[in-house]
Design a protein around this ligand. Structure first.
Ligand SMILES: NC(=O)C1=CN([C@@H]2O[C@H](COP(=O)(O)OP(=O)(O)OC[C@H]3O[C@@H](n4cnc5c(N)ncnc54)[C@H](OP(=O)(O)O)[C@@H]3O)[C@@H](O)[C@H]2O)C=CC1
Ligand SMILES: O=C1O[C@H](COP(=O)(O)O)[C@@H](O)[C@H](O)[C@H]1O
Length: 602
């Protein structure tokens, strides 16, 4: 049955190939160092170990992946340069069994080897504990981190290395399919984690960090990844200090920046400008974790490697596209942050818009990061800025059900009582290009709704002159095909088709051709942060946001966000746990659309 490699593993074994060409600026030190070392200076023998990581990501114990139905997808032979991602990765460190020995600091005995240090700035925070450390552990567990790696936590909180390890050990989990040696792996991983306490605006504190990093690097080529897991108002100070006092002297330095990337065009441009004082564009990895989700990553595969979808992918056959995000909990605990942003900035302008761009782009020249991002930016620049009449906003209010009272948004102590910040929004967007002219792209995102789901729905047009129309009664909508890509939870891709109900009569029903991941694949789906962290380590920028994409995204939403705020538009209130404001239906109806997630069978 299965003939394609299906695992979450990388098939771009090229990341292993040596690079002498790729973007030099990301290899360049960023503050005053002048030595450059490229991957070509790393002995070739080290590269093969990386291949074994790639293979282990292809299947738990061998090169192949077993499907739930017993079929085996063959692994891809690990030939260097077989990557679909044409551009070779930069300066990759070698991979080998993850046992680190203590090195005497300060000696350049390892100058032919390289090392990667990942510093999590804001290590004491929520995201670091919840996502970043667990993702790094998962990568370690899969033998996907380089042989010489070190993880540093950096924050103001006073903590020892041991205390950091205790803190993060609470949130590390093991892969379901490989529990046996989990404890051992966890201990090994924790031994590679260290902590340095410092201020975010202190060059001196970062210089202390630099000294510690150097000790761990022990004279090897030093590659440094900083993950800014801190509130946005301190991004610039932290980047400045990291850049001036703790960037690599002879390898690459990269910085992962978390959203929010500003709150409108102006502030986003200011942030970009400030970041670029200290970093080159290709050192900046702007993360949108939705791009790291398995089914979002699969969008292009589905479309460009199956003959049956691409010919239908246009206004000729597609009636509308729906991008839906809902959470069944409120802003609990994050109300302070959220009130300054609202759901349009929190979800729609980034996560849903990024999915839209990937969905709607033209075929890129290659799978190279710049080719893909070039196509995405064209989509964004072809879009009409959102207008006020194409937006509906809502805010959840308290609701009592089954004797339990669920708080309203403004019941959160960190939210002003008179807040008009939307916790729900629906919007109709249009791409004014030849492929998508007139096709509504409807987006809907909300907190404290009745379910937790993220999905893409593609509703196709009616079959012209359908011979079987009368077998459906008058509801033509019911007779059109719909492709659903359920991003989460319970990942699936299904296509609603019309089918004859078996029997002597001629009755049609709607059935699903269903690719249900849990039934099809035994391998656990990696968390988005795992994929993105590994990409950042490997210098793969495909899933990160380029500054021109960001500018284009903000241009679409800034005018309407300003108008909503200036006119103090009152959101439609909806009860906690409901399906959201009824206004979303009117908006869809205006474009002759019915939300696909609300029908009797979804
Ligand atoms: N949490 C999440 O689910 C998500 C978060 N993000 C983004 O990731 C980043 C980190 O988020 P999160 O971990 O929730 O943030 P936190 O509020 O938990 O902050 C992280 C750390 O930053 C330090 N810090 C907090 N407030 C301040 C302040 N005012 N001044 C100086 N330092 C401060 C604290 O460390 P210390 O006091 O020890 O220095 C804190 O532990 C943010 O940009 C956020 O928008 C993005 C998506 C989801
Ligand atoms: O970026 C964000 O995403 C989360 C939802 O992420 P998910 O991976 O759990 O779907 C959302 O809760 C948060 O408000 C937002 O900032």
């Amino acid at each position: 049955m299965a003939t394609l490699s299906s695992s979450s593993c990388r098939s771009y074994a090229t990341s292993l190939s040596s690079s002498s060409s790729s973007s030099s600026s990301s290899q360049a030190p960023i503050c005053g160092h002048n030595q450059r070392i490229t991957l070509s200076s790393i002995p070739h023998r080290f590269l093969s170990a990386k291949i074994s990581c790639q293979l282990s990501r292809r299947g738990s114990r061998g090169n192949a992946v077993r499907m739930q139905d017993g079929a085996v997808a063959p692994a891809i032979t690990p030939v260097e340069n077989d990557s679909p991602f044409k551009k070779p990765k930069e300066n990759l460190p070698p991979i080998s069994p993850p046992v680190e020995t203590k090195e005497a600091p300060g000696f350049d005995v390892h100058q032919n080897e390289s090392t990667v240090t990942i510093t999590i700035v804001g290590a004491s925070g929520d995201l670091a504990k919840k996502k970043i450390f667990p993702a790094l552990f998962a990568l370690y567990y899969e033998d996907c981190l380089p042989k010489h790696f070190t993880i540093f936590g950096y924050a103001r909180t006073k903590m020892t290395d041991a205390e950091l390890r205790t803190m993060i050990s609470k949130t590390l989990t093991c892969r379901i399919d490989k529990r046996e040696n989990c404890g051992e792996k966890m201990d090994q991983f924790l031994e590679r984690c260290f902590y340095h306490s410092g201020q975010y605006d202190s060059q001196e504190n970062f210089a202390e960090l630099d000294r510690k990093l150097k000790e761990h690097e022990a004279g090897r080529v030093s590659n440094r990844l900083f993950y800014l897991s801190i509130p946005p108002n301190i991004f610039i100070e932290a980047v400045k200090c990291a850049s001036l006092s703790a960037s690599s002297g002879n390898g690459w330095t990269r910085v992962i920046v978390e959203k929010p990337f500003g709150r409108d065009s102006e502030s986003s441009a200011a942030l970009t400008k400030a970041l670029k004082q200290y970093l080159q564009e290709d050192q900046i990895f702007r993360i949108d974790h939705y791009l790291g989700k398995e089914l979002v990553e699969n969008l292009s595969v589905l479309r460009f490697s199956n003959l049956i979808f691409e010919p239908l992918w246009s206004r000729q056959y597609i009636r509308n596209v729906q991008l839906i995000f809902s959470e069944d909990f409120g802003t609990e605990g994050r109300g302070g942050y959220f009130d300054n942003y609202g759901i349009i900035r929190d979800i729609i302008q980034n996560h849903l818009l990024q999915i839209l761009a990937l969905f709607a782009m033209e075929t890129p020249v290659s799978l190279d990061a710049e080719d893909i991002r070039n196509e995405k930016v064209k989509v964004l620049r072809s879009m009409r800025p959102l207008s006020l009449e194409d937006v509906v906003i809502g805010q959840y209010k308290s609701h009592t059900k089954g004797g339990i009272t669920y708080p309203g948004y403004i019941d959160d102590k960190t939210v002003p009582k008179d807040s008009l910040t939307p916790t729900f929004a629906a919007a109709a967007l249009f791409i004014d290009n030849a492929r998508w002219d007139g096709v509504p792209f409807l987006m809907k995102a909300g907190k404290a709704l009745h379910n937790k789901i993220a999905e893409i729905r593609v509703q196709f047009r009616h079959v012209p002159g359908n011979l079987y129309n009368r077998n459906f009664g008058t509801d033509l909508d019911q007779a059109t095909n719909e492709l659903v890509i359920r991003v989460q939870p319970d990942e699936a891709i299904y296509l609603k088709i019309n089918n004859k109900v078996p029997g002597l009569g001629m009755r049609l029903d709607r059935s699903n051709l269903n690719l249900h991941y849990a039934a099809r694949y035994s391998k656990e789906i990696p968390d988005a942060y795992e994929r993105l962290l590994l990409d950042a380590i490997e210098g793969e920028r495909r899933l990160f946001i380029r500054s021109d994409e960001l500018d284009a995204a903000w241009s679409l939403f800034t005018p309407v966000l300003k108008e909503l705020e200036e006119k103090k538009i009152i959101p439609e209130y909806y009860p906690y746990g409901s399906r959201g404001p009824v206004g979303a239906h009117y908006l869809a109806a205006r474009y002759n659309v019915r939300w696909g997630d609300l029908g009797s069978e979804q």
